[in-house]
Design a binder for this molecule. Structure first.
Ligand code: SAM
Length: 251
């Protein structure tokens, strides 16, 4: 198994592939001015196993294109959608988020939880904006500093992992510079990190190591995650995912 296949295998049994919750998805959705009569077109980019895709499908009138780079995640999302009788509202698409095959102004809402970092916040906004109708909405969650100054250890770690990490005011400025107007923002709670993401992940470590016979590559994945969790627990006052909800203004 390659390192990438191992990583996919590590995440494919999880409920969600990043911090978040159904309540966060619904809170972000509540900030969007939706015409209840309209049937909406939504794209969920970097959907993973689709925790948020399912919540959106249960709470919106319309259809969702759920995009991810990895077929294994999408296969599971299709199974989950069928079990909930949501298969008519969700279409999966195996594509990279920097090469989306969408038409200009095709979508009412672009959704992306914990995934835009794969191509970078600003690059993602610039890349995806044309797919959104004028006055349509983008809703993205993104790693964000909660303070202006941070302890050196966490500052260095995240600057190295994701140099685009910034404060919410920095991210909002980027939205504004790219023709979006912020309609809502909130930070994800500790519960969305610990109860919904890291604690379930910690419970999978032993089974994962056993399945892969304690290979060095499997141990490296677990060790990397353990370090990230320890850093989060130590420095959770300084960072979280920010959820940004913004409207595309006429250009
Ligand atoms: N939105 C899901 C959630 O919150 O549970 C998944 C978040 S996970 C941190 C990031 C997702 O982005 C993964 O499912 C990964 O497969 C996907 N991804 C990574 N690079 C991608 C790319 N270039 N194009 C599309 N999806 C990508």
């Amino acid at each position: 198994m390659t390192e990438l296949e191992l990583l996919i295998d590590f995440h494919v049994d999880a409920e969600r592939q990043g911090p978040g919750s159904g309540e966060d998805t619904l809170k972000a959705l509540s900030m969007i001015d939706i015409n209840p009569e309209a049937s909406l077109k939504i794209a969920d980019v970097g959907c993973g196993l689709g925790a948020q895709t399912l919540t959106l499908a249960q709470n919106l009138n319309g259809c969702i294109t759920a995009v991810d780079l990895f077929a294994d995640f999408l296969t599971k999302l299709n199974d989950r959608a069928k079990k909930l009788n949501l298969e008519n509202k969700i279409t999966t698409l195996e594509k990279s988020m920097d090469a989306l095959p969408f038409d200009n102004e095709e979508y009412d809402i672009l959704w992306s939880e914990g995934a835009i970092y794969n191509i970078g916040f600003e690059s993602g906004l610039k890349n995806w904006k044309r797919f959104l109708k004028t006055n349509g909405y983008i809703a993205v969650s993104e790693m964000t500093w909660k303070t202006k100054n941070r302890p050196k250890e966490i500052e260095e770690h995240w600057n190295n992992e994701y140099p685009e990490i910034d404060t919410a005011s920095g991210k909002i400025k980027i939205l504004e510079e790219n023709g979006f107007s912020l309609v809502g923002f909130f930070f994800l709670s500790e519960k969305s990190w610990l109860d919904n993401y890291y604690s379930p992940m910690e419970k999978r470590f032993d089974a994962f190591l056993q399945k892969h016979e304690n290979s060095d590559a499997a141990k490296a994945i677990v060790e990397g995650e353990r370090q990230e969790i320890a850093l989060y627990r130590k420095y959770k006052d300084y960072l979280s995912y920010g959820f940004y909800i913004a409207k595309k203004l006429p250009s």
